[in-house]
Design a protein around this ligand. Structure first.
Ligand SMILES: NC(=O)c1ccc[n+]([C@@H]2O[C@H](COP(=O)([O-])OP(=O)(O)OC[C@H]3O[C@@H](n4cnc5c(N)ncnc54)[C@H](O)[C@@H]3O)[C@@H](O)[C@H]2O)c1
Length: 345
């Protein structure tokens, strides 16, 4: 479970305590941590998830612990009845359900569009019907595509390189239009490469940090697509959850605003592999055993990613809490324990 500093908890508890909120995709990686934090802040949380990229284990644990403040709707955001049940009474809807991964979207463009774009429209309609005050949407740094300059800031024109990125830009466009047409307040958080405990390493579309962790901890070399010079603004999940809670708590209307949520620092994939190897493998063997295996570059992957977080700082008072080294160490510790408990491999 992620830890928020006492002063953050003191500031957010009065906002969320006793409040009804809805989290779409709440059985997933970021959604699960958000649900934990909202629950700890005293909110009543309704989760809707179709479990297409997660399982019910974490939500089930919470349900057992406190059934009165958690509701789980096993269903799709494309199903209006299931959505209405989840959004009922919610004053804030956190919309995180999506078909994730650039590479999955290249293989499944129509499904990606239907869930991420049409699904967002359905979530906004459900929020409107429930008279929610705000919808906080998880969108993505992939919206920017390759820009000439770094860091990437919100005034840059989006240039999606993949169906996933296009679907997220569409979601932002729809959210802005719903704010202007219906007065439903929305805010879009462009998450930059979020990582941390409980992120899945299970599919061929796993994100780079869990994929590297799994290979390194099971004695295999990490796989790098391309030369490893691509860089990313890796954002520990606590930071993403903090920004999301602040966005849901903001008093003033946000009116479809798009905000970067990253750290303002970047790391190349090669550096990432080296740092993870040093943490994962003891002694002098590390360099040899962890020598990355290079494969062909993949379409849709952007070259560099680095967030300008000045706007999120100004609007939300967002300041990253956990740095890269600490975040990696915590993530690897969790992956190690998880592999040990599941038998690994
Ligand atoms: N992890 C990242 O680095 C990152 C970066 C940018 C944006 N995001 C966005 O943040 C959000 C959460 O991402 P995550 O990393 O936790 O991914 P995740 O796959 O762990 O979580 C998404 C959840 O949505 C659920 N879902 C998918 N389709 C659904 C549907 N039709 N109806 C209901 N539930 C459905 C999945 O089962 C899963 O539990 C997503 O919107 C993602 O696009 C993530």
């Amino acid at each position: 479970m992620i830890k928020l500093p006492a002063e953050t908890v003191a500031a957010l508890r009065p906002v969320y305590d006793g409040r009804h909120v809805c989290v779409t995709g709440g059985a997933g990686f970021i959604g699960g941590h958000l649900v934990d934090a909202l629950h700890a802040l005293g909110a009543s949380v309704a989760v809707i998830d179709d479990l297409s990229n997660s399982n019910a284990a974490h939500v089930a644990e919470l349900l057992e612990f406190e059934p009165d403040r958690l509701k789980f709707v096993h269903g799709s955001i494309l199903d209006e009845r299931a959505l209405a049940e989840a959004a009922d009474e919610a004053s804030v809807v956190f919309h995180l359900a999506a078909v994730g991964s650039v590479q999955r979207s290249i293989a499944q463009p129509q499904r990606t569009w239907t869930v991420n774009a049409t699904g967002t429209l359905r979530v906004l309609e459900a929020a409107r019907a429930a008279r929610a005050k705000r919808v906080v949407l998880a969108t993505s740094s992939s919206a920017y595509g390759d820009t000439e300059k770094l860091p990437k800031h919100e005034a840059m024109t989006p240039r999606p390189l993949s169906p996933y990125a296009a679907s997220k830009v569409a979601a932002e466009t729809i959210a802005g239009a719903w704010s202007r047409a219906y007065g439903l307040d929305t805010v879009c958080l462009r998450y930059f490469n979020v990582y941390g405990p409980r992120q899945s390493a299970e599919s061929e579309y796993a994100a780079v940090i869990p994929a590297f962790a799994k290979r390194l901890l099971t004695g295999r070399r990490p796989i790098i697509y391309g030369d490893g010079q691509r860089s990313r603004d890796f954002t520990f999940v606590t930071n993403a959850v903090l920004a999301t809670l602040l966005a849901g708590a903001k008093d003033q209307p946000l009116a479809g605003l798009v905000l970067n949520v990253g750290t303002g620092k970047r790391t190349s994939i090669l550096e990432l592999a080296e740092q993870m190897a040093a943490l994962a493998i003891e002694g002098d063997e590390a360099g040899v055993a962890a020598e990355p295996e290079h494969r062909a570059e993949r379409p849709g992957d952007i070259r560099d990613s680095l967030a300008d977080i000045a706007l999120a700082r100004k609007v939300l008072g967002y300041e990253p809490l956990v740095g890269f080294r600490q975040g990696l160490a915590d993530t690897l510790a969790w992956c190690r324990a998880d592999l040990a408990s599941t038998g690994g491999g």
